[in-house]
Write a protein that binds this ligand. Structure first.
Ligand code: COA
Length: 260
């Protein structure tokens, strides 16, 4: 697919998607969502990609939500189609078996926050701002925000953010567990890439099993979730990387992991 609204590149084993509609603060139109879905499928299928970074162009916005220009004249069925597309894309992200890190460089509002929440981790610039402002338009989040925000920060704070539509700064997002790390704006990409590089050197199958156990186990009863963990844990035992990891530890050297 040819990308017009995002930039997509793979450097070594790290793929980077950069939302690239600065004139509307990287707001998500339908075409951008389709491109993101296509890029995520490419990342899932490409064996050389081990880690994915999502970020926004410039220093003002990660994504300022859905493109409100596209709301005009849309029927309920059309808007449902758009929201379904969004749900499908974040589903690809959550099931791709590779870590995705959001480098939140500015506003992460509405669908922007929702996309960042479908990533495995969120690193933020100290200038970033977070919120679910849909209520101010007479809407509610439509790409999983009502569910993922509660799961990340607890139902009380999720209610506050979704019902008030208020924005919070990066430091507050960090304090409530919405963001993993905060960096000065000019260091965000460098630090995110450094971290992605670390992840890229880890055993891919174990990372996949970790993501699988965490994401699929989260909504199960504890006993079933633990059973899922047991299966994922045991599957790691059949890999070459497990042998390499153990040998490297015993030989006091750094392991080299091939994904086998
Ligand atoms: N959809 C469409 N266009 C958007 C947009 C969105 N979600 N968010 C920003 N833009 C556009 C603005 O209309 C403006 O375009 P213009 O230059 O042609 O007037 C441009 O991006 C810059 O935004 P502006 O509002 O001038 O910047 P700001 O710094 O004053 O405010 C925000 C930034 C993010 C607080 C403000 O743009 C905003 O509230 N955006 C909407 C957020 C939202 O409700 N998202 C959820 C949608 S469901």
């Amino acid at each position: 697919m040819e990308y017009k609204n995002i930039m997509f590149g793979v450097e070594g084993s790290i793929a980077t998607v950069t939302f690239n509609r600065p004139e509307v603060l990287n707001a998500l139109n339908e075409e951008t969502m389709q491109e993101l879905g296509s890029a995520m499928s490419e990342c899932k299928q490409d064996g050389t990609v081990r880690v994915v970074i999502l970020t926004g162009i410039g220093d003002k916005a990660f994504i300022a939500g859905a493109d409100i220009n596209e709301f005009v004249g849309k029927s309920p069925a059309m808007i449902m189609g758009f929201a379904e597309l969004g749900h499908n894309v974040v589903r690809i992200m959550e099931t791709m078996g590779k870590p995705i890190v959001a480098a939140v460089n500015g506003y992460a509002l509405g669908g922007g926050l929702e996309i960042s929440m479908a990533c495995d981790m969120r690193f933020a610039s100290d200038k970033a701002r977070f919120g679910q402002p849909e209520i101010l338009l007479g809407l509610i989040p439509g790409m999983g925000g009502t569910q993922r925000l509660s799961r990340l920060v607890g139902i009380g704070l999720a209610r506050e953010l979704i019902m008030s539509g208020e924005q919070i700064p990066a430091q507050r997002a960090y304090e409530i567990g919405l963001v993993n790390r905060v960096f000065p704006a000019e260091q965000l990409m460098e630090e995110t890439k450094k971290f992605a590089q670390r992840l890229a050197g880890l055993p891919p199958f174990a990372l996949r099993m970790a993501k699988h156990a965490i994401n699929y186990g989260y909504d199960l009863a504890l006993e079933n979730a633990n059973s899922l963990e047991l299966q994922c844990f045991s599957q790691c035992w059949s890999t070459e990387d497990l042998k390499e990891g153990v040998a490297a530890f015993l030989e006091k050297r750094k392991g080299t992991f091939t994904g086998k």
